[in-house]
Design a protein around this ligand. Sequence first.
Ligand code: UTP
Length: 410
Amino acid sequence: MTINYEQARAKLRAHGQEHLLQYYDELTPQQQELLLAQIEETDFGVVDSLKHKEMLLQRGEITPLRAMELPEIRAEEEKFRAIGLESIRAGKVGAVLLAGGMGTRLGSDDPKGMYNIGLTKDMYIFERLICNLMDVVREAGVWVPLFIMTSDKNKEATENFLREHAFFGYDQEHVWFFKQEMAPASDFDGKIYMEEKWKISTSPNGNGGWYVSMKREGLLDVVHERGIEWLNTFAVDNVLQRIADPVFVGATIDRKCSVGAKVVRKNAPDEKVGAICLEDGRPSIVEYYDMTQELMDAKDEKGDPAYGFGVILNYLFRESDLKIMLEKKLPLHVVEKKIPYINQNLEHIKPEAPNGYKFEGLVLDMIHELGSCLPFEVVRNREFAPIKNKTGVDSVESARQLLRENGVEL
Ligand code: UTP
């Protein structure tokens, strides 16, 4: 039984969002039911975070966190690889693909993983990622359990696509899907948009909710039943990344850290990647827009940039240390995005430029909740080819170039 009209009105009034009921009398009973149900399940409190936007920007004391750099990794590579492979073979390592984002910058209506980056043949982003994971499957001789996060917006398309392509050769027995939550999206004044007269505009609530969503969908039971101890969480858009990389797994285990973070040497102090650091003594990430000149200029004892390593959204979490996420709420990031909506004339508008805010919890904030983090350097041109845009920086074009450099035929 969903809430009734009066209850819905009261809930909206508390957050100044009563306009969401403005078409209620014109709706069919079925549409009314849909709208009331959506109002019931939506957390309108997220929009209140606009009021404390400044507070969200406040940071603790930032100090450097030393990364394990390439020479150190190379010196112990074989040891790390052996530890990592042993853990993977024992079924203790799972992979979590974060594929719930909207990929608005790429500008395709399909899920980003369905994007075809091939030139002379088909080469889908999902296919590329599975190819990369298969390298480890072959080396270890076991399937790595793969959990795929989608959202309301792309669940069906993603699942159908992967099924149609027979998971690009991955064993379906070792693949699970789960859905992340949605959050309402507002205009710049904090008024929530409507997508239809009976539907509130929502968008995926960021990539930081993956662990809570896995719990909600019962997948932590699978994790525990199978004895999975480590979860390698990775983004859908880096087509060069190594997934469940044995050396990375081994190094994180060997150094007894709660989380490992793959990092690349930044190519400029102001590059748009988050820099790994300590914040009030705990591992953290300074987003590129929070990098002050002072942080950009700071040097370590060797004279290298003190905040010179950027995260690439490839983390290895010790699962037992993530329990804290089930009790804690991650801070919300207010992000300017293009939000489709209906205007006063009931026309469907697909804006060309950002027209409001989405509210997102980010995986990088999970790092700060954990006691210890190993930043693990990878060779940039071999493991970092993110596809955010169609052309230019971090684009289909730049990723193709990097794939070619790494011997991948397109
Ligand atoms: P991005 O920060 O690139 O966001 O996501 P996005 O929504 O995909 O793309 P834009 O900004 O609209 O162009 C980084 C990773 O986090 C996932 C994405 O799928 C990608 O793998 N993600 C992002 C989610 O899984 N859920 C979200 O709500 C947001």
